[in-house]
Write a protein that binds this ligand. Structure first.
Ligand code: ADP
Length: 369
C-alpha cells in the first residue's frame, strides 16, 4: 500500500520505523525540509494546512493518515469523497482540532469532562466561576494556548478570540489511555499511563506505566474508553488524556486523534507498541495485543534552557551502559529550549525501581548546543 502521512515529525518517523517490518511505501508531507521523516520516506515539503497541498499529496495514496491534528480537514473530507481511505476520518479530525467541538462531543456523549462555556470574543459576560482555565479553540499545542484565570484582575489577560473557559480541576494525577479501533469495529486499549509534567516547561516529562489505581478509578476509565470507542465512529488510534482529581473522579482533558507522547514506553514495555497498533488500524488488520511485560517508563529528551544550535547529547554513553534502557533520537539536528529531541525508555521490576532509574537517567543527560 501507499501510505501517506500528514506531518513528518518524530511520531511519523517511529511509525515508519516499526512499519518497515511489513511491505508498504511511506510518503510524508511536512513544511520543514529537515523534518524527522525527510530521509526515511518519500518526502514532500509542503504545508499540511493548505487545502490544495493536502489534496495533491493524498490523491494517489491508498490511505492517508496524520501524525499531527492541525491539518486541513476539508481536504481530508474531499479525499474521502474521491475514494481515498482517511484514518482517522475527516469528521473526527475536525471535531478534535476545535476545542469547542471537542468539548461538545464529550457533553453530547456523556463523557465526563470539566464544565465549560464558550467565549467567542472578549465581549460576552462571563458566567464561569473563578478560577477557570481558558483554552484557545484552535492552534493550542504542548501547553501553549492554555492559561489559568484566577481573579477578576486576570480578566484583562483573557484572549479575545474563540476560546473555551473550563473549570479548574484540582488535579491529583494526569493520566492517559491509548485506544484503537479498526474499520471492522474491533477495539483495544493500552494500559493506563501516568504523566508527570515538568512545571517549568509545561511539557510532558516522565511517563510511568502501568499506574496504580483503585478499582473505582479503573472502572471510571473503562467506562470513558468504552463510551468513546462506541461513539467515535472512525477507525483510528486515540490518546485520551485524563485528570484524576483529589476526590477520585476522572475527567477527560482532551483527546489526540493520533500517536502520542504518552505511549512511547510501549516500544519496549508492551507486547506491541502504539506504533504497531497504529499500523494495524491504518491497514485494518486484527488489532495487536497490548499487555505490559513489566513496569515501563519514558523520559523526554528536551532541549535545555539557554541552548540553541547544533545538538550535543551529553551523557548518552553512560545511559547506554544501563540495563533495560533504550535510547530513541528523532533525527533533529538543531536543538532549542523545550524542543523534543528524543526520549529514553526504561524497564523495571517495580514502580520504585522505575522511578529511581528515570531520575538517575534524567540527571545523566543534557541536551545542549
Ligand atoms: P495542550 O493540548 O496544549 O497539551 P492541555 O489542554 O492538555 O493543553 O493543557 C495543558 C496542561 O494544563 C494540562 O496538562 C494540565 O496540567 C493543565 N490543565 C488543562 N486544563 C485544565 C483544567 N481544566 N484544570 C486544571 N488544569 C488544567
Amino acid at each position: 500500500m501507499k501510505i501517506g502521512i500528514l506531518g513528518g515529525g518524530q511520531l511519523g518517523r517511529m511509525f515508519i520505523q516499526n512499519a518497515l517490518n511489513y511491505d508498504d511505501e511511506f510518503y510524508t508531507l511536512d513544511p520543514a525540509s529537515d523534518a524527522p521523516c525527510h530521509n526515511i520516506s518519500y518526502f514532500t515539503q509542503g504545508n499540511f494546512n493548505d487545502y490544495q497541498t493536502v489534496l495533491d499529496f493524498g490523491k494517489d495514496k491508498d490511505v492517508v493518515t496524520i501524525e499531527i491534528e492541525h491539518v486541513n480537514a476539508d481536504a481530508l473530507a474531499e479525499l474521502e469523497n474521491q475514494g481515498v481511505k482517511v484514518v482517522p476520518n475527516a469528521k473526527i479530525v475536525k471535531t478534535i482540532q476545535q476545542k469547542i467541538l471537542q468539548k461538545e462531543f464529550y457533553k453530547a456523549n456523556n463523557i465526563p469532562s470539566p464544565d465549560f462555556e464558550v467565549m467567542w470574543d472578549g465581549n460576552a459576560k462571563i458566567m464561569m466561576p473563578l478560577p477557570f482555565v481558558q483554552k484557545m479553540n484552535t492552534g493550542g499545542y504542548d501547553g501553549k494556548g492554555v492559561q489559568v484565570i484566577r481573579t477578576e484582575e486576570d480578566y484583562q489577560h483573557l484572549w479575545k478570540e474563540p476560546t473555551v473557559l473550563e473549570s479548574l480541576v484540582d488535579i491529583d494525577k494526569e493520566l492517559s489511555v491509548i485506544v484503537a479501533r479498526n474499520e471492522n469495529g474491533e477495539t483495544k486499549t493500552f494500559p493506563v499511563t501516568e504523566m508527570v509534567a515538568d512545571p517549568k516547561l509545561n511539557l510532558l516529562d516522565f511517563n510511568i506505566c502501568p499506574t496504580q489505581l483503585s478499582e473505582d478509578v479503573q472502572n471510571q476509565i473503562r467506562s470513558i474508553t468504552e463510551t468513546f470507542l462506541a461513539t467515535v465512529n472512525s477507525p483510528g488510534l486515540f490518546a485520551i488524556e485524563l485528570f484524576l482529581d483529589k476526590e477520585g473522579k476522572v475527567w477527560v482533558n482532551e483527546t489526540a486523534p493520533r500517536l502520542h507522547n504518552s505511549g512511547h514506553q510501549s516500544q519496549e514495555g508492551n507486547a506491541n507498541s502504539q506504533f504497531e497498533q497504529m499500523y494495524r488500524v491504518v491497514k485494518n488488520l486484527p488489532l495487536a495485543d497490548t499487555d505490559t511485560f513489566t513496569y515501563s517508563g519514558m523520559l523526554n529528551l528536551v532541549g535545555a534552557e539557554g541552548f540553541s544550535g547544533k545538538v550535543i547529547y551529553d551523557g548518552l554513553d553512560e545511559v547506554l551502559k544501563l540495563p533495560k534502557t533504550y535510547v530513541h533520537l528523532y533525527g533533529k539536528t538543531e536543538t532549542k529550549p523545550g524542543r523534543k529531541m528524543g526520549h529514553i525508555n526504561v524497564l523495571a521490576d517495580s514502580r520504585e525501581e522505575l522511578m529511581d532509574k528515570l531520575i538517575k537517567v534524567k540527571a545523566m543527560v543534557k541536551v545542549r548546543a
